[in-house]
Design a protein around this ligand. Structure first.
Ligand code: ADP
Length: 485
């Protein structure tokens, strides 16, 4: 327990952290939240796996060595990268593999993912037990299924050792970390943990399930998503359990790192700008037109920066492309994901040369230029725990067009007559997440874009929205203090 006036110590546990390793929004959150919490006297150290990308150039001191750690030797390294204080779990037999953290070169899950991330949770648990003098956390804050076994190790393997409070944050309940029952014997837990009030989940092993049941607090990344996941439609099989944990469940909307995402200083832009110099965005639009091979035009240039999956509504966009082009808009898409969707997008683009362009791949710098040069960003997700690209859009005067779900509903104010008159509208929302719904929203966008005053108003209110971590970091700090008074 922290003494009065002493800062609380939080061990954040995650499989990704920006700028070291990132496949999605999780990394942005775990990379930015520690600095925001430091300002509130919460000391955060993050435990991440020692992937090659994390170890490269990392000069950490050895804080612990563990023999026979999930099938091989492991070292816990302690050090920092930029402003991030880290523990890195250096276990080559688990993490010394190229490419994506979760998938092999052919796109299949690594066959030992259960052990790889059980090891991450167990290392966090040992830090929680106080085995590493340098940092004894009051709270262990795990992110997603990869860190969800921490409460289970504390519960079933603790044997009377110290027990920090636990928080589990759900960034996307679609990823549940479910494995065959035979996996259980390799996790180093006693047989009594393979029960419904533990890891057992419909006969399998459920990492996220165990975390949801056993963590002291469960959070998700927006208030609306917290409401959605307790319903059968949104809960992906976990809704009953989440209802049961109702008192422990809350939604805290993500912020963004407003230094990394600052149009006034962004090194990836052709020309920097701020809310008083929005005309400068044109230079970024020209740069995009050149890079994407798009012809200039009077209608809005609409971008997408996304994993290409049905969750993100990419199939809807594929079908809506012809109608969107007919409205006078142009599109620039950056993404990668499902092969069939990648191909369908490329095929749709080939029907509209110079009006629709698609780049398959992952390109952090280009994603900044897209936000700084496009007029709008389309995010037609079927469900969206928080979503970050619409927040970057708000900050960059790139008007978001979003489906009314999850964090998208919570962060964008729809441009209707009342909100436009009051000067608070920041984007376009649509409730009908279908091809027609997307086209109708784009038609509203094109109309707004043709009204320069209304358009500037949308951009300015968006850029004036508080998308920083300040408010949400306070909510996390309050939560930690409630758990460890
Ligand atoms: P999710 O985590 O579900 O993929 P989010 O909107 O929360 O969705 O976060 C996605 C993050 O990944 C954002 O920072 C976005 O800019 C980035 N991103 C997604 N796809 C790409 C890409 N192809 N190139 C660069 N950045 C991308």
């Amino acid at each position: 327990m922290p003494e009065r006036g002493r800062s609380s110590k939080v061990l954040s546990v995650a499989s990704e952290i920006f700028p070291l390793i990132k496949t999605g929004g999780l990394a942005d959150v775990t990379g930015a939240l520690p600095a925001a919490l430091a300002a509130l006297d919460v000391e955060v150290r993050t435990l991440v796996p020692g992937y090659p990308a994390v170890l490269e150039g990392f000069d950490g001191a050895v804080a612990a060595t563990w023999a026979g750690f999930f099938g091989g030797p492991a070292r816990l390294l302690r050090g920092s990268r930029g402003s991030l204080d880290l523990f890195v779990l250096d276990a080559p037999h688990l993490y010394a593999r190229p490419g994506n953290p979760y998938l092999d070169a052919s796109g299949q899950d690594w066959p030992d993912n259960a052990e790889r991330f059980a090891a991450l949770s167990f290392a966090a648990t040992r830090i929680g037990w106080g085995e590493v003098d340098a940092f004894v956390p009051d709270v262990i804050h795990g992110h997603d299924w990869q860190a969800a076994l921490v409460p289970a190790y504390l519960e079933f393997a603790g044997d009377g050792r110290r027990r920090p409070a636990t928080v589990l944050t759900l960034h996307n309940i679609a990823f549940q970390g479910q494995f065959p029952a035979a996996t259980f014997s390799r996790l180093g837990l006693p047989e009594r943990a393979f029960v419904p009030h533990g890891l057992e989940y419909f006969g399998d092993v459920g990492f996220l399930k165990a975390g949801i049941l056993l963590a002291n607090a469960v959070t998700t990344v927006s208030p609306s998503y917290a409401h959605e996941i307790v319903t059968p439609d949104g809960g992906m099989g976990m809704d009953a359990m989440l209802r049961w944990r109702g008192d422990a469940l809350s939604g805290i909307v993500n912020g963004i790192d407003i230094e990394v995402w600052n149009p006034a200083t962004d090194p990836h832009l052709a020309m920097r700008f701020d809310v008083d110099a929005l005309d400068a965005r044109a230079a970024n639009r020209y740069a995009l037109e050149e890079r994407f091979g798009l012809a200039p035009g009077p209608g809005p240039l609409v971008c997408m920066i996304s994993r290409l999956t049905t969750q993100k509504g990419i199939d809807l966009v594929v079908e809506a492309v012809d109608a969107i082009v007919a409205l006078g808009a142009r599109m620039a898409v950056l993404g990668s994901g499902d092969t069939a969707l990648e191909e369908a997008l490329l095929e749709a683009a080939s029907r509209h040369p110079a009006r629709v362009a698609v780049r398959i791949g992952y390109d952090e710098g280009l994603s900044h230029l897209l936000q700084g040069g496009s007029d709008a960003i389309l995010v037609p997700s079927r469900f969206e725990p928080c979503g970050l690209t619409q927040l970057y859009g708000l900050r960059y005067g790139c008007v978001p067009v979003v489906s009314r779900v999850g964090g998208l509903a919570d962060t964008v104010i729809d441009a209707n007559l009342a909100s436009l008159a009051a000067g608070v509208a920041t984007g376009v929302q649509f409730a009908d997440v279908t091809v027609d719904g997307v086209v109708e929203a784009m038609s509203r966008l094109v109309e707004l874009h043709a009204r320069p005053d209304a358009w500037r108003g949308l951009q300015r209110s968006g850029m004036g929205s508080d998308v920083s971590w300040t408010q949400s970091a306070r909510l996390y700090a309050d939560l930690y203090r409630r758990l460890v008074p």
